[in-house]
Design a protein around this ligand. Structure first.
Ligand SMILES: NC(=O)c1ccc[n+]([C@@H]2O[C@H](COP(=O)([O-])OP(=O)(O)OC[C@H]3O[C@@H](n4cnc5c(N)ncnc54)[C@H](OP(=O)(O)O)[C@@H]3O)[C@@H](O)[C@H]2O)c1
Length: 248
């Protein structure tokens, strides 16, 4: 029970890594503010099961990271709950690959908006709420794509590199409010995103890691739990790679 009496905001938690984080946090006693893009019956049923199974409360909010008005309105609704926010996990994101010379600017802008600028906007609003209580942990889900540098990863890699840089800057500014800010950088992880990747590049990446396999969503969730909880109380402004080990 690493998160007992805490409330955590998790974005993009209807599937993949976010869903694994939601269930692990619930299992560890946290109430959840689940932020997803669209209302769905499947997600409602999943949440009902989670609330009963772990005896926690889940609040559901909806916004699209491409729509600043929706994000602003959601921040307002979260503020209106008047509850202490302890943890923010910026998990929602998109991926796409294309050669640098063939990348339309609108695709690059969309990637930067969803994976970077909107994450910053949401974090601004939520961190203002967290600052009031002088405690908190923010975890950004980045990617090894923002570290390694590879063919076809210009837009996705740049958006995640920007998020990792922001992690350090925001940590420096929120330290005075006793809010820690860290990131995780997973490599190939078995979610829907896994199936969107170019098969050859994906397999090359897997074979380049020491453990030579893809990551499971729960293996990312475990590191996010560590960073969100007091177990990492002196870990700050870091990006932890979850990639099975790259030594070259
Ligand atoms: N899978 C990997 O190999 C891998 C590796 C490194 C890092 N990551 C990162 O891990 C995070 C989670 O990805 P995943 O692998 O779990 O992928 P996923 O299964 O495709 O989930 C992505 C999540 O982001 C949400 N999302 C996408 N665009 C959005 C938008 N415009 N507004 C609001 N929500 C939006 C999705 O919502 P919808 O269901 O509504 O689309 C979904 O909840 C991402 O930040 C990703 O970049 C993944």
């Amino acid at each position: 029970m690493l998160l007992k009496n805490k409330t955590s905001i998790i974005t993009g938690c209807n599937k993949g890594i976010g869903k694994a984080i939601l269930e692990l946090f619930a299992q560890n006693g946290s109430d959840i503010i689940a932020c997803i893009r669209k209302e769905s019956e499947g997600f409602d049923l999943f949440i009902d099961t989670i609330e009963k199974k772990y005896q926690i409360k889940v609040y559901k909010f909806y916004f699209d990271l491409e729509n600043l008005d929706e994000i602003k309105s959601c921040i307002g609704k979260i503020a209106a709950l008047k509850i202490k926010i302890d943890i923010l996990v910026n998990n929602a994101g998109i991926a796409a690959g294309s050669f640098f010379q063939m990348t339309p600017m609108r695709d690059l802008e969309k990637m930067m908006q969803v994976n970077f600028t909107s994450q910053i906007y949401f974090t601004q609003g939520i961190s203002r709420l967290m600052s009031k209580h002088k405690i908190g942990s923010i975890v950004n889900v980045a990617s090894t794509a923002g570290i390694l540098g590879d063919i076809g990863t210009l837009s996705y890699g740049s958006s995640k590199a920007a998020l990792m840089f922001a992690t350090k800057t925001i940590a420096a500014e929120l330290g005075a409010s006793n809010i820690r800010v860290n990131a995780v950088a997973p490599s190939v992880t078995k979610t829907d995103m896994y199936h969107q990747m170019d098969e050859k590049s994906r397999d090359n990446l897997i074979q380049s890691s020491i453990l030579k396999r893809a990551c499971e969503p729960i293996e990312v969730a475990n590191v996010v739990l560590f960073l969100a909880s007091d177990m990492s109380s002196f870990v700050n402004a870091q990006t932890i790679r979850i990639d099975g080990g790259f030594i070259n």
